[in-house]
Design a protein around this ligand. Sequence first.
Ligand code: PA5
Length: 479
Amino acid sequence: MDYKDSAWQDSMRIRLDYTNMTADAIGEEHGITDKQLDDLQPITDEIHRQLTERRKAGELAFMDLPYQSKESLSKIIELSKYVRGKFDNFILVGIGGSALGPQALHQALNHPYYNLLSKQGRNGSPRIFFTDNVDAGKLKGLLDIISWDKTAINVITKSGSTAETMSNFLILRKALIDAVGEENYAKHIIATTDPKKGALRQIAVSQGYAALDIPPGVGGRFSVFTPVGLLSAAVCGIDIRQLLAGAAYMDKLCQSGKLRDNPAYLNAALLYLADTAKNKRICVMMPYSSSLQYSAFWFAQLWAESLGKKYSVSGDVVNVGQTPVGAVGATDQHSQLQLYIEGPFDKVITFIRVQDSGYNIPIPLAFLQQEGISYLGGHDLGELLLAEQTATALALKSNKRPNCTISIPKLNAFTMGQLLYMLQVQTAFAGSLYGINAFDQPGVEQGKQATYALMGRIGYEDKKLEIEDKLAKQNKWAV
Ligand code: PA5
């Protein structure tokens, strides 16, 4: 059925089960009461009014990305066709918000062993590699296996000068030039950056790279539905129109200012109350799906960088923010879960559950005399995973540990669009509940400035001296 069909869309609607967050389920000490939610309604009305106004004024550009113009989508699709037609390898260079969204989409929607498939098995798409760290061994490894005549690079940086991204890019660019020649190399590069500002934009113009715009009002961690996430998705054959349709569908579900009618607001309110009223300072996201592990990392960045703030919007020192932790089920049942169930009462867990994995893999009947394993035979592998998620949620509940479950009917571009959009709106709303600016990252900027200074960037000489002085005073060495 076509993704535009409304019955199909409704059948793919993701849902939030928050039963185990409530005082009814786990008691008042750790669970949220109806009254606590009701008491948040007046402030929710005000925040909803403000967010709606800011959106109308174009200040929340990420919210309108599901409806971006045909021209901007066509440009992405055209470039993706160019890459698919010409190259066998696609290297995405970025970091933070300029890499996590693309990786989340790739892992969720492409074959788990995508790069090992034949080109035909990948429906003509190139292999994809992510360079999202400064790691000499990993970069050298990539250089060892790449054949440059068939390789494209997508360098992504909103600011245009992030040290990690640009260093990796400069190294890859040099290797590319050495292989294909100065006169040919630009055809292999696509820059995704601010439309006007920054060093990368200037380089792209001067060198003649193809370039895509990150809309100025969209910050890195809110940019998955811009060319940051969309180009690599389209290159790998993901239906980006369907992805955006899923985001638009979720946008419709998030129109209400009533907490209980708006899944993004409700989830934000529950996590906010868990933190501020019940001391749950740690927020675990635990998808029961290896395909969603990167989505948990992506969410961790979104929640941490948006909400972890020193100052409120009115300038008071507040030092707020819940610490996000990514886990994956069932694997982390055998690693983290003991702590979640019996450790400190400082966590709230959000599960993601995929109802239909899309595969039937029956567990064979065998060793029937071994009662410890014979019961497994005849069940489906997906059934086992869902049973484990249900069992874990119940075990947490019976130990008075708040948890909720986002249920996804099936993993596809439409449901991923819903999920990622909901979590972004949830984060923006949570920022308003905390009374902080969810869209800046002064702490990250401090780290960037210090790196520039240590690496000798012009204009950072005083900063360098200040840091060197501090380093000289570090004298507590254990060995
Ligand atoms: O969300 C953010 O703004 C950050 O995580 C950035 O994405 C990250 O620091 C990379 O920045 P840039 O895209 O400017 O290279």
